[in-house]
Write a protein that binds this ligand. Structure first.
Ligand code: TPP
Length: 203
C-alpha cells in the first residue's frame, strides 16, 4: 500500500510546543531539514551528514539527561545502518527515549535509491516484503514498537513520542516528496556548543 503521510506534517506534530526540555536528534539529510522546518532551536541536534548513529546519540543523551525527553527523528537509511543500536537501547531501557523512523523506503537525499525497507521488485509480497523496522526493534527487545501509516494515528503518535514511558519505537510510513531544504546552521562545533549550553547552561 503506497504511503500517504507527509513527513513535514508528522514532524510538525511531533515537535509542537517543544518547550526547553525536549531534546531532538535528527538523522542526516531530510530529517535534518524537517526538524529545522519545524523551527530551529538550540535543543535540536541535526546530524547533517553523519550516517548510522542517530539512535545511539539519542540513547547517550537519554541516559545522561534522564529528566528530559529525547526524541530521535531519523530516516530508514540511517536506521538500517545502525540496527545494532536497537539491541543496545533495549538492553539499557531508557524510559525517556522515543525513536521515530520516517520510512520513505529510500535513500532520499542521495537520489531516492531503494533501501531494504522497500519491497523487492517483482517478488511475491509474502516473500519479497521489505525490512519491517518496527519488527526488528521488537525483536531486539523494544516491546513498544509499531508502524504508523494513517493520518488519524498521528496525534496519538505525537502524544506517545513526547510522553509515553519509553523506550518506544515507531516506523512512520511517509511519502517520497521534493521539499525545500531548510538548513540548520552548518558548523558542527557551533551546533554542539549551542546544544550543550541549552542543556547544561554554562557548566
Ligand atoms: C557513512 C555514509 N554513507 C553514505 C552517505 C551518503 N548519504 C547521505 S544521505 C543518504 C541517504 C539517507 O537516507 P535516509 O536516512 O533514509 O534519509 P532520507 O533522506 O531518505 O529521509 C546517504 C546514503 C553518508 N552521508 N554517510
Amino acid at each position: 500500500m503506497p504511503a500517504t503521510l507527509h513527513r513535514r506534517a508528522v514532524v510538525k506534530a511531533l515537535m509542537q510546543d517543544p518547550g526547553d526540555d525536549l531534546l531532538v536528534v535528527a538523522g542526516l539529510g531530510q530529517c535534518t531539514w524537517d526538524i529545522t522546518a519545524a523551527g530551529d532551536r538550540p535543543q535540536n541536534m541535526p546530524l547533517w551528514g553523519g550516517m548510522g548513529g542517530a539512535a545511539m546519540v539519542g540513547l547517550g543523551l537519554a541516559l545522561a539527561q534522564p529528566r528530559k525527553r529525547v526524541l530521535v527523528i531519523t530516516g530508514d537509511g540511517d536506521m538500517l545502518m545502525g540496527l545494532g543500536s536497537l539491541a543496545t537501547i533495549a538492553a539499557q531501557r531508557p524510559t525517556n527515549l522515543a525513536v521515530i523512523v520516517l520510512d520513505n523506503e529510500k535513500f532520499g537525499e542521495t537520489g531516492n535509491q531503494a533501501t531494504h525497507t522497500a519491497p523487492a521488485t517483482g517478488a511475491p509480497t509474502e516473500r519479497g516484503a521489505g525490512t519491517d523496522l518496527a519488527a526488528v526493534a521488537r525483536g531486539c527487545g523494544i516491546a513498544d514498537s509499531a508502524v504508523i501509516a494513517h493520518d488519524s494515528d498521528v496525534p496519538q503518535l505525537a502524544k506517545d513520542a513526547r510522553t509515553k514511558p519509553g523506550p518506544i519505537f515507531r516506523t512512520v510510513k511517509v511519502m517520497t516528496e521534493v521539499l525545500p531544504q531548510t538548513m540548520p546552521p552548518k558548523d558542527g562545533a557551533y551546533l554542539k556548543d549551542r546544544f550543550r549550553h541549552a542543556v547544561l547552561g554554562t557548566a
